[in-house]
Design a binder for this molecule. Structure first.
Ligand code: AHG
Ligand code: MN
Ligand code: MN
Length: 328
């Protein structure tokens, strides 16, 4: 039985308000995990909420519920000056405190929500940034920081077990929720992604809409042993980024959600601040790479809160190959 729990880990590796912020996120994730576990037994967990979010997507009941659980738990921790979420058009600024709360939290409360009603893994993604030191009222502009400015990032995966995967910039650690004790135990330290892989993840149904470099790359993989890559590749697509990234952190692989002609206007599918940035930092911290195909995701200065971008992340060798094909 592992002896290091999340609280102890944070007491050693994070300053007290960061530890308290992350513990409040973990508490909310335990609540979300319990609601998900109830499934069809609880009223108002499954199904649609009958509303749309700012991205024009139908909100599921659990999108709304998990957003609220995170907001409530983190507000109570008094460690953030504000929060932003996939499910909220505008930032939420907390009443000013003296001394000012040191952090900002951005999150995707429920990632892969199309999977809830079919009882397939979903997750929560979060990223911690520093709050501004100016005295002016908090604005959306204060959240527009590159992924390199993240102080902490991680996700909770609600699968057969619930896991919390975290980086504070000192490698990637995986914790597993002990449901009896209600605490997260450290179950894997310093996670490393193998540089080489034979597994890729992409939504193949978009193939005809992709740009030429992605078409070429995937064709190379599909050509297998007989092609330039001279090996056969396997494919997986869970349609929950958290679950796909977790597989890559666990056994390797490469994940792509490229921009395509259907979504060119919006710049991509995945959101920079609360999907691409935290996942890219985790991947880099585990020895992998993350790029749009043209630039490093973590170096992008966001232009808006809900900005979307193309995402290629995972095994270094594969990400480099995609970048080379974009240069050619
Ligand atoms: P969300 O449920 O937070 O809107 O995110 C869903 C994302 C991501 O988790 C997943 O990789 C991708 O959308 C799946 O998209 P497709 O349905 O186009 O495959
Ligand atoms: Mn998502
Ligand atoms: Mn979501």
């Amino acid at each position: 039985m592992p002896t290091m729990n999340l609280s102890r880990y944070l007491a050693i590796h994070a300053e007290p308000s960061l530890a308290s912020l992350l513990e409040s996120v973990a508490r909310a994730c335990t609540g979300i995990s319990m609601a998900l576990g109830q499934g069809a037994l609880a009223a108002g967990v499954l199904g649609s909420a009958g509303s749309e979010n700012i991205q024009g997507e139908t909100q599921k009941n659990l999108d709304v519920l998990s957003n609220q659980m995170l907001m409530d738990a983190v507000t109570a921790s008094s460690t953030v000056a504000g929060m932003a979420s996939e499910e909220m058009e505008h930032i939420y600024a907390l009443p000013a405190t003296v001394p000012q709360a040191p952090y900002l939290l951005v999150f995707d409360p429920l990632d892969g929500s199309s999977n809830i009603d079919v009882n397939v893994s979903v997750g929560t993604i979060f990223s911690v940034l520093r709050a501004p030191t100016h005295a002016a009222e908090l604005s959306a502009g204060d959240f527009l920081q590159t992924g390199r400015s993240q102080v902490a990032a991680g996700y909770a995966l609600y699968g057969p077990s619930t896991q919390l995967v975290l980086t504070l910039g000192q490698g990637v650690q995986m914790f597993t929720l002990d449901r009896q004790r209600g605490e997260y135990l450290l179950t894997q330290e310093s996670v490393k992604i193998p540089e080489v892989t034979a597994e890729f993840a992409i939504n193949m149904s978009n193939q005809r809409f992709w740009e030429a470099p992605v078409q070429l790359y995937i064709q190379e993989l599909l050509n297998g042993k007989e092609g330039v890559r001279a090996k056969n590749f396997n494919m997986r697509w869970i349609a929950s980024m958290v679950a796909d990234v977790h597989r890559i952190l666990t056994r390797g692989g490469v994940f792509l959600y490229p921009v395509d002609s259907k979504i060119r206007q919006q710049g991509g599918k995945l959101r920079l601040l609360y999907e691409a940035n935290p996942m890219s930092w985790l991947i880099e911290q585990a020895g992998g790479a993350a790029s749009t195909g043209r630039e490093s995701i973590l170096d992008i200065m966001p232009g808006s809160l809900h900005q979307r971008i193309p995402v290629v992340l995972g095994a270094k060798e594969e990400v480099s190959r995609v970048i080379d094909l974009h240069r050619a």
